[in-house]
Design a protein around this ligand. Structure first.
Ligand code: BTN
Length: 269
């Protein structure tokens, strides 16, 4: 009789049975970065929905060239290979789609009151529990694929000193033991649903209500860290293409993610 370990290729596969996203699962005990492995999978013809998971990453990457703490035995690190039939300039919205799916799944599976910090951090009690890194890979025939990488801090973790007041693990919030395989499968199932809704309109239109209900910086004062000049305003939600609407004395600004980040007036959120 085969014994299925709690967090393994077989465990994840059996929970995802029938789901197009995750129809192929590559599971590593240790790898450099699941985004890197997903990119290799894509280069070797990996199908839409290929899921690359690792228990530990030795070179986990965050946004803006940062690293992502990726110890073994407690957290979720995964990347999806997506081949959307979509103009490449719309693909950045997939990051917000994933943020919506991760937040929904975490709330349902763990009961933790997490929210989205625009555009794609998931926070609980003012600290980050999940980050998403989306990368595009252009192929020689002009087609492209999207790699969406997600790191969720699940198990109790000792964060480096500089992250202590900024990062948290879901298990810190008490409650029952969180099964990584189950949470991962629920994230993928929610993403499958959200992806279909997104693709029918090629915009966030069908997900706006859900995203905005989960958005922590809605109707709150924010500071926009624009390299061209910082300013403050009240965040009013997002557009159908994912820009943050910020009301200022001069009118409503549409803030594009990318080089710009947004902070609360008194801190990260
Ligand atoms: C961020 O800076 O907020 C994004 C963090 C993304 C981390 C995940 S972990 C799985 C995947 N592989 C990586 O190397 N990075 C992403």
């Amino acid at each position: 009789m085969e014994v299925i370990r709690e967090y393994s290729q077989s465990a994840v596969k059996s929970l995802l049975c029938g789901c197009r996203i995750g129809s192929r699962v590559c599971f590593y005990e240790t790898t450099d970065s699941t985004n890197e492995q997903a990119k290799l999978e894509a280069q070797n013809g990996g199908v839409h929905g290929t899921l690359v998971v690792a228990d530990r990453q030795t070179a986990g990457r965050g946004r803006r060239g940062r690293s992502w703490e990726s110890p073994a035995n407690g957290n979720i690190y995964f990347s999806l290979v997506l081949r959307p039939e979509l103009a490449a300039d719309k693909a950045h919205m997939l990051t917000l789609v994933m943020a919506n799916s991760v937040a929904r799944a975490i709330r349902r599976v763990t009961g933790v009151d997490c929210r989205i910090k625009w555009p794609n951090d998931i926070v609980a009690d003012g600290r980050k529990v999940c980050g998403i890194l989306t990368e595009m890979n252009f192929e020689s025939d002009g087609s492209y694929c999207v790699i969406v990488g997600v790191g969720i801090n699940v198990g109790l973790q000792e964060f480096p000193a500089e992250l202590l007041d900024k990062a948290a693990s879901l298990q810190e919030f008490g409650g029952v033991f969180i099964s990584r395989a189950q949470l991962l499968a629920e994230v993928i199932k929610d993403f499958s649903e959200d992806y279909d809704v997104f693709m029918t309109k090629e915009s966030l239109k069908g997900l706006l209500d859900s995203y905005q209900q989960l958005l922590i910086n809605k109707d709150v004062p924010v500071r926009v860290l624009d390299p061209k000049g910082e300013y403050e305003g009240i965040a009013r939600g997002i557009t159908e293409t994912g820009e943050l609407l910020v009301e200022t004395d001069a009118g409503v600004e549409q803030v594009y993610a990318g080089e710009v980040s947004v902070r609360g007036i008194c801190g990260y959120v």
